[in-house]
Design a protein around this ligand. Sequence first.
Ligand code: ADP
Ligand code: MG
Length: 247
Amino acid sequence: MEKTAAPLISIRGLTKAYGTFTVLHGIDLDVAEGEVVCVIGPSGSGKSTLIRCINHLEAFSADSTITVDGIRVAPGPALAKVRAEVGMVFQSFNLFPHMTVLKNVMIAPMRVRKTPEAEAQRKARELLARVGISEQAEKFPGHLSGGQQQRVAIARALAMEPRVLLFDEPTSALDPEMVGEVLDVMRKLAGTGVTMVIVTHEMGFARQVADRVIFMDGGKLVESGTPTEIFDNPQEARTRGFLRAVL
Ligand code: ADP
Ligand code: MG
């Protein structure tokens, strides 16, 4: 299918500094509706900072522009609208420990969207089934495995019906035997047409699931291409060096 619509996420000249230390050096990136973009690169290259700027969890320089679904990402009243459209899944799950799994998934739609409780609960059960943990609904997060907690976090993000889901190394904190179950859920999601931007060290997953892979180094977007282009025929020496080290 031809993609002619305006990009869902548009990033132009994204620059970000901590004091005198520049972390992002003028990143340009468009993400189309339904696209799955995997961001790879060495530790400290600015991957987390890049995706955290998309929903303004990090402030960025005033001459940079990010738009999500046509809305300019900037401090002010429009930011709540952006954040309602952008779901985020972190390395460390960040579930509410004092709420059941079910409540974790219900709470944002009820508080932010004013969804009635019965409707929020129906939706939450549907999402928990979708990530394969219906039977854990009444438990507290602390009683779940890391892989189960991360699947709850994905269900919780989906509950707000976001236009785009951002993932920051969602499997890096997991024991190796739990990585697969989370990647399986993400793979299934990608197949449903959800727009996803995924920072990951899982190169096999990126190769299999990404429409596009982006390699970052030193706060720059060094190279972007299809998985085949990036993994089998990288153009830049830095990309080749990184892949040689991790593959
Ligand atoms: P990655 O996710 O690719 O590992 P990050 O986006 O976390 O990279 O970090 C990019 C750079 O910014 C690193 O050099 C890191 O040390 C620096 N950095 C991140 N957060 C802060 C902060 N709050 N204050 C100062 N420097 C930071
Ligand atoms: Mg990071």
